[in-house]
Write a protein that binds this ligand. Structure first.
Ligand SMILES: Cc1cc2nc3c(=O)[nH]c(=O)nc-3n(C[C@H](O)[C@H](O)[C@H](O)COP(=O)(O)OP(=O)(O)OC[C@H]3O[C@@H](n4cnc5c(N)ncnc54)[C@H](O)[C@@H]3O)c2cc1C
Length: 406
């Protein structure tokens, strides 16, 4: 067992930190107010390799492992506690990897080099109006074979990056039922383009946080998808989605740790210089004890998260642990990190007093931003608990598999 960073990891952290602290952090308030990430930030991320980190070199990526991807997520979360820039990063790192792993050569060649350059957006679309947790029950989108193409009909909702996808182009990995009677074994992934697609209508929601990246929905009215944009094997889409969720949840946890650490730094600076009753407020136990509790929680969750990344690397390099073990570990990190980030930022707001309630201070952006991840993005708190309980007890104890009264 070895808890130290390698030299390569240290250098990578330093490189991303320098870029993110210099190019992103000073502009987070503008990103939040103007509700967009400036193009030069996206291009700067591309130049540093952040948009193709996990994509293989064949398509212009760096093909790095998940520990390195987590380090970048943590540093981006530390710089942008509104969470908008980290969302762009982690959605593409996770789902770009899935396209790279399972997509056809044609689809990968068309999308991935442009994504790596920051020219198109790649997202994930599983959630539907009937619900996001019960993917199998709630998915009504269907895909039917039509000559050499597929026809998709249905609606996706609460999807990250719809405005960006309309602006830049790119695809959503979109889950559809190809053989509905087979339930999760009859679902497939397709690459769907929103931009300039006449049979797609879109909605954009006004969010409470992470304003720099949009959330929206799209309706597909018999859109035509070429065979090359069926991602992976027919009827394996549910499994690819679960794999991608494990990746994204790990990066989300790292992002939330970064945001919590940034909040802590702001809080510690403040309590050391702010005086009340002739003493720095940092000298009061009422301030110190919650500081210590949150610091310790963050450190513990960091271990859970980087262990999840280490397990992912082992799975991809050595074939084990299996997907279920991975799902449990990543769900534990995703269960704890967003809530702890929210609680830490909320506590820091107490220390800062009224200042924290103003836009003079970034804490309120962080509170709004990290809340997205406990509410639901890439799975709710309760769904993380169901996954962990399934692995502890066995799938026969899943509540939706146990009959009423049993
Ligand atoms: C900011 C943001 C961005 C998002 N981006 C994307 C995206 O890019 N792509 C995408 O596909 N989706 C996205 N989502 C949607 C997200 O995946 C869903 O919100 C999530 O899966 C929950 O679905 P739901 O909101 O429909 O809630 P529901 O599934 O309706 O659940 C409602 C409540 O019931 C609880 N619940 C459900 N089943 C059980 C159970 N068996 N036991 C106990 N409790 C249960 C849930 O935990 C939740 O609290 C995003 C969400 C947010 C907030």
């Amino acid at each position: 067992m070895d808890f130290s960073w390698t030299e390569e990891q240290e250098i990578w952290r330093q490189t991303v930190r320098e870029f993110a602290q210099k190019e992103i952090k000073p502009r987070v308030r503008d990103i939040d107010t103007n509700a967009r990430i400036p193009d030069d930030i996206i291009k700067g991320m591309a130049k540093l390799g952040l948009l193709g980190l996990t994509v293989s070199p064949d398509y212009g990526g760096a093909g790095t492992d998940w520990k390195m991807a987590c380090i970048a997520a943590e540093e981006l979360g530390r710089a942008d506690i509104s969470i908008a820039v980290p969302v762009l990063y982690l959605v593409e790192a996770s789902w770009g990897f899935i396209l790279d792993r399972y997509g056809t050569k044609e689809a990968k060649a068309e999308i991935l080099p442009k994504m790596v350059n920051g020219d198109v957006f790649l997202g994930i679309a599983t959630t539907e109006p009937d619900g996001g947790s019960d993917i199998v029950g709630a998915t009504k989108t269907t895909a039917k074979k039509d000559g050499n193409n597929w026809k998709l009909k249905g609606e996706k909702i609460y999807i990250s990056g719809v405005a960006e996808s309309l602006k830049y182009g790119g695809i959503y990995l979109t889950l559809a039922k190809t053989e509905p009677e087979k339930e999760h074994k009859g679902m497939s992934f397709f690459g769907v383009t929103l931009k300039d697609n006449p049979n797609i209508s879109t909605t954009i929601f006004k969010n409470m946080g992470r304003m720099g990246i949009s959330t929206g929905g799209f309706t597909m009215d018999d859109i035509s998808i070429p065979e090359a944009f069926l991602v992976g094997e027919l009827n394996r889409g549910f499994y690819y989605a679960m794999e991608g969720f494990s990746l994204a949840r790990t990066l989300i946890a790292a992002t939330c740790i970064g945001a919590a650490e940034a909040g802590m730094e702001i809080g510690i600076d403040y309590i050391k210089q702010r005086k009340a009753f002739n003493r720095p407020i940092a000298s009061y136990e009422g301030i110190q004890f919650p500081l210590v509790e949150h610091y310790t929680n963050i450190e513990a969750i960091k271990l859970l998260t980087y262990r999840a990344a280490w397990m992912l690397d082992k799975m991809y390099e050595e074939g084990e642990p299996n997907h279920f073990e991975i799902a449990k570990q990543t769900a534990m990190a995703k269960l704890k990190a967003p809530t702890e980030a929210f609680n830490t930022l909320n506590e820091v707001a107490n220390w800062l007093g009224t200042l924290a309630y103003t836009t003079e201070c970034p804490i309120e952006m962080g509170i709004r931003g990290v809340r997205s991840y406990s509410i639901g993005a890439e799975g709710t708190i309760n769904i993380m608990k169901l996954i962990i309980a399934r692995e502890l007890l066995g799938k026969e104890f899943l509540p939706y598999k146990v009959g009423a009264g049993e």
